[in-house]
Ligand binder design. Structure first.
Ligand SMILES: Nc1ncnc2c1ncn2[C@@H]1O[C@H](COP(=O)(O)OP(=O)(O)O)[C@@H](O)[C@H]1O
Ligand SMILES: [Mg+2]
Length: 258
């Protein structure tokens, strides 16, 4: 299931604003890659270029290349909706469909893909909720609204919803920033489990979290207001946090700025 992402020469714009400049990197399958860097350096923008969500914004465009194994995601015959199906996303604020039941939240994507039949749906809903470490907490209230869960449970519900359609890549944009420490640990444990099957990218403001959950870390920075964000360095997480090559990375991880 997991696939490799290879980005080359990627730029993203919002109208005239050049948001990220010339990014090239490889994101390895069956591992966790963390994106760190100060606010506004383009982490979320870059993440959204990886599943063609950036261009949903009016006036937004992308230059450069993103390969998912051998498929060029920006190729002229590629359907962006299909890309978003194989590269799932989990957002900063848990966003379950509020009036839908827990069950339907998880089953929504499958139904959209034309899966019918209660047996099949039941099976995938249970597998996805188990996969998201949520099954035991919700199995007796599957028909209740997703909005009735705690924040941490809602985020795991969103992860269950994302993995229900069996994506090849999971992009997570600060998935724990709205969660308490216990829920944060639950999500981190989950990420550690999921990486055996998926290619995972996680944006985080929390340095300890990047160090705990990721195999590789990419540090992004911005030279000043109005300047585009850039990838400064990417390496094994242990190297980035103990002996980075770039001074800007060291300043950031030691808390000297950002
Ligand atoms: N929808 C948008 N329209 C215009 N500019 C945007 C939009 N979203 C982000 N930006 C700009 O792009 C730059 C990068 O933002 P973002 O990707 O959100 O950074 P980060 O996630 O690292 O905080 C910032 O200058 C931000 O103001
Ligand atoms: Mg962001």
């Amino acid at each position: 299931m997991a696939k490799r992402i290879e980005v080359s020469g990627l730029h993203a714009y919002y109208g005239q604003v050049h948001a990220i400049e010339d990014i090239s990197m490889t994101i390895e399958p069956r591992s966790v890659t963390a994106f760190i860097g100060p606010s506004g350096c383009g982490k979320s923008t870059f993440l959204r270029t990886l599943n063609r969500m950036h261009e949903v914004i009016d006036g937004a465009r992308v230059e450069g290349k993103v390969m998912l194994d051998t498929e060029d995601l920006y190729g002229s015959s590629v359907d962006p909706v299909a890309v978003r199906r194989v590269i799932g996303m989990v957002f900063q604020r848990p966003n379950p469909f509020p009036t839908m039941s827990i069950y339907d939240n998880v089953a929504a994507g499958l139904k959209l893909n034309g899966v019918r039949g209660k047996g099949k749906l039941d099976e995938v809903v249970e597998r996805s909720l188990r996969g998201a470490n949520l099954w035991n907490e919700v199995k007796d209230r599957l028909s209740r609204p997703g909005a009735g869960l705690s924040g941490g449970q809602q985020q795991r519900l969103c992860i269950a919803r994302a993995i229900a359609v069996e994506p090849q890549v999971l992009l997570m944009d600060e998935p724990c920033s709205a969660l308490d420490p216990i829920s944060t640990l639950a999500v981190e444990d989950l990420v550690a489990e999921l990486k055996s099957q998926y290619t995972i990218v996680i944006v985080t403001h929390n340095m300890q979290q990047a160090a705990r959950v990721s195999d590789r870390t990419a540090f992004f920075n911005i030279a000043g207001t109005g300047k585009p964000g850039k990838l400064i360095e990417m390496d094994e997480t242990s190297k980035i946090f103990t002996n980075p090559t770039e001074k800007a990375t060291e300043d950031y991880i030691t808390g000297r700025f950002g």
